[in-house]
Design a protein around this ligand. Structure first.
Ligand SMILES: [Zn+2]
Length: 288
């Protein structure tokens, strides 16, 4: 999505369909960031990482990261892919460039599915706030070229570990990519949290405009167990599914900033208190 598209979408507001169900029309949750919220200017992407959007449309976006680093190539969770394929739910997959290179056949499979859209998750799962600007640009551009090799183009940029600052967001925006994080953490990475807890967490925290993070690289051993109940449960809550670009393009969508996280978030752990709800807590794996 680019600035022009944003402009077109804003102009198209009059054609917006009315809300389609009885989902709450107001969002009483406090903003994740303390900064004042405002709709992005028509010709600019938001200057912050997006955690979710405010929208009256009862829809959520499920997202699946496919991280891979030099030492940890990870894999492909075919069962998750098959569950989504059977359900024909639009999703957004954020692979690293290296994951695509180490999983060429699987990457082609993803690219062949119209219900999947791609996001850019850097080349080597780098912490974008900790590397020189030139290298940060290269992380995005190199991955974009690899995604283009699949005949696709990214719709958004997701920084590894959720590590972002204004400069990272600006850098992605120059590649016409909004920086997109999440507000609902499935807690799937590392397998610290069981399927039942994952289902309960996602169902308790997802609401209209939410962005939910999962993994499709085998880093979430319980994702396949939890996903069918999550899909069913969200539907029972009256929520439908859209991919990230669609969510951002809702005519009334107002992006909500993720919490500032210059060093990224730590993965959730299952022991003790269990996952904290929403609030942009990341469930990422640091590069190893
Ligand atoms: Zn990742």
């Amino acid at each position: 999505m680019n600035a022009l598209l944003f402009a077109v979408l804003l102009l198209a507001q009059d054609a917006a369909p009315p809300p389609t169900d009885a989902a709450p029309l107001t969002d009483s949750a406090p903003p994740i960031d303390s900064a004042p919220l405002s709709a992005p200017p028509a010709n600019l992407l938001p200057r912050f990482a997006i955690a979710r959007v405010r929208t009256r449309d009862p829809v959520v976006a499920l997202t699946f990261d496919a991280c891979a680093t030099r030492k940890q190539s990870n894999g492909f969770d075919r069962e998750v892919f098959e569950i989504l394929k059977r359900a024909q739910i639009p999703v957004t997959v954020f692979p690293t460039g290296r994951w695509i290179e180490t999983h060429p056949a699987e990457a082609k499979e993803l690219a062949a599915e119209a219900w999947i859209e791609f996001g850019n998750h850097t080349y080597s799962h780098a912490r974008m706030t900790r590397i020189p600007r030139r290298k940060a640009v290269e992380q995005i551009v190199r991955t974009e070229a690899i995604i283009a090799g699949l005949g696709r183009k990214s719709v958004a940029f997701r920084p590894p570990a959720g590590a972002w600052n204004r400069s990272v967001v600006r850098l992605a925006a120059r590649q016409h990519l909004p920086t997109v994080e999440w507000d609902v953490v499935s807690g799937d990475a590392g397998g610290h949290i069981g399927a039942e807890k994952m289902v309960a967490t996602v169902l308790a925290t997802a609401k209209a405009g939410s962005i939910v993070i999962f993994h499709i690289n085998g880093r979430g051993p319980h994702t396949k167990e939890a996903l069918p109940d999550i899909i069913r449960g969200l539907r029972e809550k009256g929520l439908g599914f859209v991919n990230v670009s669609d969510l951002l393009q809702r005519p009334d969508a107002q992006p909500v900033s993720a919490r500032p996280a210059p060093f990224g978030f730590r993965p959730l752990r299952g022991k003790g208190r269990g996952p904290r709800p929403a609030k942009g807590i990341v469930d990422e794996n640091a590069p190893t």
